[in-house]
Ligand binder design. Structure first.
Ligand code: PMV
Length: 349
């Protein structure tokens, strides 16, 4: 990739938005080095407005890495994972053999952290962009966005879904074929103004998810009898969703979105021991959504490694549908979000 390491780290800031997969990723390629984090299937997502991570990276005051998240010093596994990612960026641009300069990372998440709402996607996307701008010249000059593509493969190594958070609108991450993962990078399909859609994020619980996605994916690959079918069918779902998006066909898109989601959860449920992210309210919301659809309010459900339900619908019915789902017992709140913008990065003076 074009760009060189800088002699000294400088300060840079990046904003990346969260995304929700409309066609899901679950499972990693066997045999691939853990550090490459190669998905067994591609995925297709909508980037979300409002929900985002803002990350500033600069030289550390003392000669020691420091990570602050939402104003608090973070140590332990979370900090270590972030600095490992900055080491990766450093090595990727040729820093092998030399010590990476100590960095100070200040990050803010405008996403409910680790509740199945993909704060790792926006977090690692912002970390990748701010880290690259702080340590290298790769994003210097006009239109850094034109240079995001190879960085998507780098973001993927921090978190699979992060590869999709570099662009706004609707984004596809292909599985790729190469063992080094260089062709496993996302690409923007349609800009955010392509279609007036909304996602209703229906909150059904507070707190952290029960099992991390990496551990869950490994377990599913090793023990779920449905895993092979899940992987085999993914490409057809991706193509169907991309085509339905292209012609703005919500009925066709929605059918694929729900099918991909339920297949993924079926694969999780058939894992040993089972992986169950849903609670009772999750199911009540899905039932209420289907009832609403029968009454002409057309929305489609998806859900990730958590109990919340995300509902895709046209914005003109979002208020009515949201009102209806808010009446389900156990629903804690509903956020309405539209398609979000591209990630953004700047070098600070
Ligand atoms: O990349 P991770 O570890 O955030 O895994 C994401 C997995 C799902 O959210 C369940 C699906 C997806 O494609 O985002």
């Amino acid at each position: 990739m074009v760009g060189e390491l800088r002699q000294h780290a400088r300060s840079a800031r990046a904003v990346a938005h969260a995304n929700i997969a409309l066609v899901k990723y679950w499972g990693k390629r066997p045999g691939a080095g853990e550090d490459l984090n190669l998905p067994a299937v591609g995925s297709l997502s909508m980037t979300l407005d409002q929900l985002r991570s803002e990350t500033e990276i600069g030289p550390a005051d003392a000669d020691e890495d420091r990570f602050e998240l939402d104003g608090e010093l973070v140590t332990g596994a979370v900090a270590a994972r972030s600095f490992r990612h900055l080491d990766r960026i450093w090595r990727h641009f040729g820093g092998e053999g030399a010590t990476r300069p100590a960095l100070r990372v200040l990050s803010r998440n405008f996403v409910p952290t680790a509740a199945g709402l993909a704060s790792s996607a926006s977090g690692f996307a912002a970390l990748t962009l701010a880290g690259t701008a702080a340590l290298t010249t790769a994003l210097d000059g006009a239109s850094p966005r034109d240079r995001f593509a190879p960085l998507s493969a780098l973001a993927r190594r921090g978190s699979g879904s992060a590869a999709r958070s570099l662009w706004g609108g609707f984004v596809r991450l292909d599985r790729g074929e190469r063992d080094d993962g260089s062709d496993c990078r996302a690409r923007p399909l349609f800009a955010r103004d392509h279609w007036d859609l909304e996602l209703l994020v229906v909150h059904t619980a507070r707190g952290k998810k029960s099992i991390g996605s990496t551990e869950g994916m490994t377990r599913s690959r090793e023990t779920s009898p449905y895993y092979a079918a899940w992987v085999r069918e993914s490409k057809a779902d991706l193509d169907a969703a991309e085509q339905a998006l292209g012609r703005r066909d919500l009925t066709a898109l929605g059918a694929t979105v729900e099918h991909s989601c339920f297949k993924m959860h079926a694969c999780m449920l058939a894992t040993r021991p089972p992986i169950l992210y849903w609670n009772g309210t999750t199911l009540e919301v899905i039932r209420a959504l289907w009832d609403a659809r029968a009454d002409g309010l057309e929305g489609y459900a998806t859900s990730d490694a958590g109990p919340h339900v995300k509902v895709l619908c046209r914005s003109e019915i979002a208020a009515a549908l949201s009102e209806r789902l808010a009446r389900v017992t156990g629903v804690l709140g509903i956020d309405r979000v539209g398609p979000g913008p591209d990630a953004h990065v700047e070098v600070l003076p």
